[in-house]
Design a protein around this ligand. Sequence first.
Ligand SMILES: CCCCCCCC/C=C\CCCCCCCCCC(=O)SCCNC(=O)CCNC(=O)[C@H](O)C(C)(C)COP(=O)(O)OP(=O)(O)OC[C@H]1O[C@@H](n2cnc3c(N)ncnc32)[C@H](O)[C@@H]1OP(=O)(O)O
Ligand SMILES: Cc1cc2nc3c(=O)[nH]c(=O)nc-3n(C[C@H](O)[C@H](O)[C@H](O)COP(=O)(O)OP(=O)(O)OC[C@H]3O[C@@H](n4cnc5c(N)ncnc54)[C@H](O)[C@@H]3O)c2cc1C
Length: 663
Amino acid sequence: MERVDHLAHERNKSEFDVDAMKIVWAGSPHAFELSDRISKLVASDPGFRKDNRTMLSRKDLFKNTLRKAAYAWKTIVDLHLSEEEAAKLRFYVDEPAYTDLHWGMFVPAIKGQGTDEQQQKWLPLAYKMQIIGCYAQTELGHGSNVQGLETTATFDPQTDEFIIHSPTLTSSKWWPGGLGKVATHAIAYARLIVGGRDYGVNGFIVQLRSLEDHSPLPGITVGDIGMKFGNGAYNTMDNGVLQFDHVRIPRDQMLMRVSQVTREGKYKQSDVPRQLVYGTMVYVRQTIVADASCALSRAVCIATRYSAVRRQFGSQNGGPETQVIDYKTQQSRLFPLLASAYAFRFIGEWLKWLYTDVTQRLQANDFSTLPEAHACTAGLKSLTTTATADGIEECRKLCGGHGYLCSSGLPELFAVYVPACTYEGDNTVLLLQVARFLMKTVSQLGVKKPVGTIGYMTRVDHLMQCRCGVQRAEDWLNPSALLEAFEARAARMSVACAQNLSNFDNPEEGFAELSADLVEAAVAHCQLIIVSKFIEKLQQEIPGKGVKQQLEVLCNIYTLFLLHKHQGDFLSTGCITPKHASLANDQLRSLYSQVRPNAIALVDAFNYTDHFLGSILGCYDGNVYPKLYEAAWEDPLNDSVVPDGYHQYIRPLLKQQIRTARL
Ligand SMILES: CCCCCCCC/C=C\CCCCCCCCCC(=O)SCCNC(=O)CCNC(=O)[C@H](O)C(C)(C)COP(=O)(O)OP(=O)(O)OC[C@H]1O[C@@H](n2cnc3c(N)ncnc32)[C@H](O)[C@@H]1OP(=O)(O)O
Ligand SMILES: Cc1cc2nc3c(=O)[nH]c(=O)nc-3n(C[C@H](O)[C@H](O)[C@H](O)COP(=O)(O)OP(=O)(O)OC[C@H]3O[C@@H](n4cnc5c(N)ncnc54)[C@H](O)[C@@H]3O)c2cc1C
């Protein structure tokens, strides 16, 4: 049967080279080729089907995830896929699994915190999946407060071992993904006790389960923590609980890059900063930022395609009704999310660069950029995950009633994504880390020159008193005007917090009292980073007809949308006047009209297969209604015309004979 493209008229309207944009989105021709090839490989293999996920019981769902993970591994081995190809394959299989934690945290923790010998011993086993690892840091009683962890690792000089122990209920490890049912090993974080002294939290490699029959080793109590939010969704993951009862491990299973314990029971600190114990979190936060654009672009692709298909009202003389994407309200909700997806793509790329740079410096014993890397990864993780989770939910609403159906793909995407606001650091707690960094920067102005993402603070005197020069709406398209407004707002909010803090005798008390303002200052700073990196990206040469122009429109939408949304900050700090805010709004409306004819092509540039999108509303050909109709009949509830339970619960109701005065 011939396939009709119901969105062809939309695709014909586009004013730029979509294939060139696909390469910009992917990052390079190589990245595009890789992504395209692997996504098609996964989509065409029935072993990776995922359309029944929301209908399975937890046990069936979990077993199916185990099957897929094993099948993915077999495919990787059979096809001799490279590390890069294998990671892409796992990404397109699109099912949270223990492998995410094995590859995403266990392996990086050994690489980042293990000595050369430890890496040589453990990494080959992990690479071949002869052991499966998880990252066991969080406990029932403490997640954010890592220094409050209670699990102990006490050195026993008699046997040259550590004794890992959970002294209280609240010290039970709680949440680690992969721990519940699969992991054979954990990087467990515990307080290091040597000679009766507590040296703080450190990582230890602990075997949990037998490599022969998978039973827990002596002293280990382990299980799954139970169902989580949403059908399907993150319930494919076995987040676990773990208690240690005096479990002994050899001394060389303490990760010893940052600090060591000698055979004689001496504690030694390397000349690397202690904060490197937190290094795996910096790495993972950077990957979460890179992933935010994937989740948001998925939701935006679904909502944009469906908004072009869906029509409501406005029929003239029996003609077609209006496509909902043509309503200005729909555009003002949808297009900033489209622009955010691109903005997050580029900030993810930049953060990867920053992370690589800091890693190389650390290897050369240059620790100077670590605080900035921590602040950037923490702040951008917080900002992008909050905006992405909110954006997915907004996309669901943009799809009206049909967005609430699991077959839209949006409920599951939201349920899988929303914990990103909590895991790898609660988003508010992380913004408070950024705020500490900003307050330190302001307090050292004149003593230490701010560089990198806080370089704008060198011009703090100018930024505290500059006036916005915008006179016409088009002036807001000038990158310097935009940058200066965002820099002035960030600088003024930080300086105001620092001044308020100085009124407190006890700085910690002041920090706690002013924490809500500090979080807002941190948000302003992080938004400035995203805006400035988007603008920087556009200063590069970008090939392809009309591609750069489209990106400029998106960059302006992203920036002016933020200015509009946070105009309270800009007005109260005197960075702009109400007139400037109104001109910004006028410009924003004009930009929405410019993006409208290109909207479908801009989401096509994500190059998502229908399999990966997993959404009837977002399917490439826009043939939504027949697919929705067919899918309804495939629901198990429609297996029989008369439902199970009719004879027990419906018929007796219908046949009852109630004799009461009123009836
Ligand atoms: C339908 C299917 C759809 C699929 C959709 C796909 C989308 C999915 C996308 C991605 C999937 C990814 C999968 C991910 C799986 C989930 C993984 C989750 C794993 C976890 O959650 S692991 C646990 C993480 N835990 C945390 O993050 C805890 C948070 N807490 C902390 O980080 C810290 O303890 C703290 C920073 C809050 C502590 O504060 P405090 O006590 O004040 O700090 P101190 O310990 O005293 O240290 C202060 C000092 O150190 C500096 N510092 C702190 N942290 C770091 C660091 N990480 N690096 C460098 N430096 C650090 C801090 O600035 C202070 O410095 P100063 O003294 O001021 O100079
Ligand atoms: C799906 C999922 C997967 C996870 N996977 C893992 C894993 O693999 N390994 C692992 O070790 N952990 C994992 N975690 C745990 C996760 O890292 C923690 O839940 C997270 O760090 C937040 O800590 P918490 O739960 O203690 O939150 P809490 O700190 O208890 O937060 C509760 C509330 O208190 C607020 N709050 C806390 N401290 C402050 C403060 N100082 N100032 C102001 N407000 C504050 C927070 O903002 C929040 O609103 C996972 C969690 C989830 C949800």
